[in-house]
Write a protein of this length. Structure first.
Length: 408
């Protein structure tokens, strides 16, 4: 079969071979391509009504039916405001209340069950997994040091200690464990410089010096340096700023520390660093004078002593010194905690509460978890006319037909 185009070009298919010739005669050696399959054809689309039914989405309507896990209890303020999976006052069922905090024990509602949680302040834990006997195990023992089952391998030389503020087996470097006279006393010492354990536990230096030693100069005593006794050292709060201690005719430790010019050491000069000499009660360090506070913070004195004792405060964010020393933001409640933002006191609301009226005095007054007028946020309104519930901060919906939707 062949056909001639208007331009004089002839095309033909012979034995499955497509040929093209530029004149009326088709040459055997003019082969452009081979057709191995019939050309594609168009398929009619499916019936329009069938396609529409496939594309049709499920219609949803406002609902007053509680979703899984939520319910309305006899004392409920709103529909579906009790989440039986996490509500401590309705845990698993309406009216089932988890015990409140008792000492080191607190119960939370987890998946509808009251679950014991031990607070961390006294280092206790529920190591046996028995809820009835609570947080029964102290984490300050050789058998459970800082965690259940964490055992101190050598309790004679490295027992469970609290010298670092948390339970640890043994002393941190470079300190050595020296058994205290009674429980609770200091147990870790640097034997290179400890006059009570000089060079080893129990080796006490004589403050008056070895036999034949001259009396110590003012504000000085004989103590331990590099594991050896009989070296002159300064009494606490004093310093040898002219460097003549342990030399003939020494004037002793002639400078009193704790001043702006000589705070922790000779000539550390706190004002030159735009700081003051004080004892920072919030630092967690030993209560000794030092230059305080770092840039961006101000020292707020709490005790009028020399040097003063107090805390370093960031006036822009410290809820106890918000915008100035002693300006305290509102205390924490079950719904919120006081916060300081850019020097102004505000309330930081919990997950299900909001301060919609902007008044810090009435706390976070709106339950955005359940209030259909403020569902998930202030002013987010559900369909009140349809009786739509708010559950978990979302307006509740359910599948419905188009007729039901139009009826609404």
């Amino acid at each position: 079969m062949s056909s001639r185009l208007s331009s004089g070009v002839t095309i033909a298919v012979c034995g499955g071979i497509l040929v093209i010739a530029c004149s009326g005669t088709i040459s055997d050696d003019v082969v452009v391509g081979e057709i191995s399959a019939p050309p594609p054809s168009f398929v009619s689309p499916p019936d329009a009504s069938v396609e529409a039914s496939i594309r049709e989405l499920t219609e949803y309507c406002p609902s007053n039916k509680c979703p899984t896990g939520f319910t309305t209890c006899p004392g409920s303020k709103f529909l579906c405001d009790a989440d039986l999976r996490s509500d401590r006052n309705n845990c698993g069922a309406c009216g089932v209340t988890c015990p409140g905090e008792r000492g080191d024990e607190r119960y939370d509602c987890v998946e509808g069950q009251c679950v014991l949680r031990c607070t961390e302040r006294n280092f206790v834990a529920d190591c046996d997994g028995i809820v009835d006997n609570g947080c029964e195990t102290s984490l300050k023992t050789n058998e459970n040091c800082g965690a259940c089952g964490k055992t101190c391998a050598d309790p004679e030389t490295a027992p469970c200690l609290m010298d670092t503020g948390t339970p640890e087996c043994g002393c941190p470097t470079p300190y050595t464990y020296c058994k205290p006279a009674k429980a609770g006393d200091q147990a870790c010492f640097d034997v290179e410089f400890s006059s009570a354990h000089c060079g080893g536990c129990g080796n006490v230096c004589d403050r008056a010096g070895a036999p034949g030693s001259p009396p110590p100069p003012p504000n000085a005593y004989y103590g331990c340096i590099l594991g050896q006794c009989n070296w002159l050292k300064c009494e606490k709060g004093h310093a040898d700023c002219n460097g003549d201690l342990n030399k003939p005719n020494s004037d002793g430790c002639e400078v009193s520390l704790g001043t702006n010019e000589n705070c922790t050491a000779c000539d550390d000069n706190c004002p030159a660093k735009k700081m003051v000499c004080g004892v920072d009660l919030g630092s967690g360090l030993a209560l000794t004078p030092r230059c305080v506070c770092p840039p961006g913070q101000t020292f707020c004195a709490m005790y009028a002593v020399e040097p003063p004792w107090g805390v370093c405060a960031d006036f822009t964010s410290d809820p106890y010194n918000c915008g100035g020393c002693g300006r305290v933001c509102p205390e924490a409640t079950e719904r919120s905690r006081g916060s300081c933002e850019y020097g102004v006191c505000k309330r930081e609301c919990g997950a299900r509460w909001a301060d919609c009226n902007g008044n810090v005095d009435d706390d976070c007054e709106v339950d955005i978890f359940s209030d259909p007028l403020n569902c998930g946020g202030c002013g987010v309104t559900c369909d009140i006319a349809a009786g739509q519930a708010c559950a978990g901060g979302r307006c509740v919906v359910e599948p419905c037909s188009k007729e039901e939707e139009e009826a609404r």
